[in-house]
Ligand binder design. Structure first.
Ligand SMILES: Cc1cc2nc3c(=O)[nH]c(=O)nc-3n(C[C@H](O)[C@H](O)[C@H](O)COP(=O)(O)OP(=O)(O)OC[C@H]3O[C@@H](n4cnc5c(N)ncnc54)[C@H](O)[C@@H]3O)c2cc1C
Length: 449
């Protein structure tokens, strides 16, 4: 019945579809070293922090378990998106309108920050500043989409409703019936972006040790970080390990890792591209409870992500395939783009985001000396926000608190202990899937009639 082309395990890529292990892999830490700041984790957050600190004259060490870009930063969908379409319902009442406005400004500023840094570090990552469309595939999604758009606008982030005619006038593929166009941001190649940050950091004199997991640390005015073959000491430690942080014993009761999956098609032929229309190639996300994201890449492939999220018992993050999610994404590909005639899937992969129960960033300081800084959360919005976090953390370390960092102060709700968390999260995700499947059935029925 489905008729889509699914190759199963053949297409799985353990490092995701955008990056390979770098040829200039940096050496593992061997011995005892010291610096002004030690950063754990080489994703957008860790590399941006290191770059901002280096620009302020600090000596910085980055310790990365695999290679810089291994985590979500090298695996995401590449939407550089701001504060429109956030999960407002989860935090608006908790923080109030004024702080919510500041938080939305933080997300929007994340977009501007990345745009500035791409130019400053001369990173070519195929950025297409097309804006983003949050779209509906069935009329039953319109109310929720309009409400979310209105809230975003009230909180200061622009968005414009596109009805059926406006969507067709833009050449958006017909499965997407209406939408909210968010003018800010667009899509980029996240692999090129994170490896560009890695290159910029090496150029700026940041000392990067790869294949070097942080194992533990000793607190104190100088933090001593232990690795398999040595240690790195500094007055500050920045934990930029995001979804992997709970495994280090921190934020276990604040964030949970969620597995997000992606598929990518073979490059589309000119005829297939022409059949899509889509001249501006805006990144499209749907207004399902668990969204679908659909975007074209500079290599003329289609990348689809999300649709199914997974929580693994005990906040684990195994780097393994998620066949059920790839199958669900392949089905969405077939249903949203029937004109592609079952185009083959060339790769599929998964990665981990971290999510707080209120969906807000989790940033702060730990340790008796408050010199162990951490940044996590930002869930599926980390391209802009975790990059901007580098500036905020660097300023904090240099003794000045940026107003956007102050804006993020709030009480993160505590997560449930296991096995309650596993039961609660997977039940909630199951309910979201059921509601989304219902919408999809209605959309399928409407498309046939
Ligand atoms: C499939 C997918 C699609 C997504 N799509 C989007 C999108 O379109 N737009 C968007 O804004 N966001 C998206 N996200 C989320 C976004 O990618 C993340 O929020 C962001 O990359 C997080 O950056 P980070 O630097 O905080 O963490 P990460 O990139 O995960 O970096 C953490 C690093 O820490 C390292 N590490 C872990 N443990 C240790 C240790 N013990 N010692 C040393 N190093 C360690 C890891 O190897 C990793 O390199 C998506 C995520 C996924 C998985």
């Amino acid at each position: 019945m489905d008729g889509f082309n699914w190759q199963g395990g053949q297409a799985y890529r353990p490092l995701g579809g955008w990056v390979e292990r770098p040829d200039d892999l940096q050496p593992q830490l061997d011995g005892d070293v010291s610096a002004d700041v030690v950063v754990a984790g080489g994703g957008f957050a860790g590399l941006s922090t290191a770059l901002e600190l280096a620009a302020r004259g600090a000596k910085v060490i980055v310790l990365e378990r695999e290679f810089a870009g291994f985590g979500a930063s090298g695996r995401n969908a590449g939407y550089l998106a701001g504060g429109q379409g956030l999960e407002y319902d989860l935090f608006l009442k908790r923080v109030g309108h004024q702080q919510a406005r500041e938080i939305v400004r933080f997300y929007d500023e994340g977009v501007d920050y990345v745009e500035r840094k791409l130019a400053e570090y001369a990173i070519d990552c195929d950025y297409n500043a097309s804006g983003i469309i949050r779209a509906g595939v069935h009329p039953s999604q319109e109310r929720k989409l309009r409400k979310s758009m209105r809230t975003g606008v009230q909180l200061g982030s622009p968005g414009e409703f596109l009805d059926y005619a406006a969507m067709r006038a833009r050449g958006i593929p017909p499965a997407f019936l209406f939408g909210c166009h968010v003018p800010r941001g667009g899509t980029l190649d996240p692999g090129k972006y994170v490896l560009g940050l890695r290159r910029a950091a090496l150029r700026a004199g940041v000392k990067l040790y790869e294949n070097t997991p942080v194992l533990s640390w000793d607190e104190g005015p100088t933090v001593r970080v232990r690795t398999a073959k040595g240690s790195a000491s500094a007055p500050f430690l920045v934990l930029a390990t995001n979804a992997y942080t709970p495994q280090l014993g921190l934020l276990r009761n604040k964030v949970m890792p969620l597995r997000v999956s992606a598929i990518e098609t073979e490059p589309l032929s000119s005829a297939q591209l022409a059949s899509l229309g889509w001249p501006r190639r805006e990144g499209i996300v749907t207004s399902h409870w668990t969204m679908e994201s659909h975007r074209l890449t500079a290599r003329n492939t289609l990348v689809l992500t999300t649709k199914r999220l997974r929580y693994i018992y005990g906040a684990q993050t195994p780097n393994v395939p998620d066949e059920a999610s790839y199958r669900a994404l392949a089905r969405a590909l077939h249903e949203r783009f029937p004109m592609l005639g079952g185009v083959a899937i060339r790769s599929c992969w998964s990665g981990y985001i971290s999510l707080a129960y209120d969906a807000l960033p989790v940033v702060g300081a730990a340790g008796a000396d408050r010199n162990i800084l951490y940044t996590a959360g930002c869930s599926g919005h980390g391209v802009g926000t975790q990059s901007l976090m580098g500036l905020l953390l660097a300023e904090r370390i240099r003794g000045a608190e940026h107003p956007l960092l102050s804006a993020l102060h709030h009480r993160t709700p505590s997560t449930l202990p296991e096995p309650l968390q596993w039961c609660a999260v997977n039940s909630a995700l199951g309910v979201a899937n059921m509601m989304d499947d219902r919408v999809n059935r209605k959309a399928r029925y409407a498309a046939r009639s």
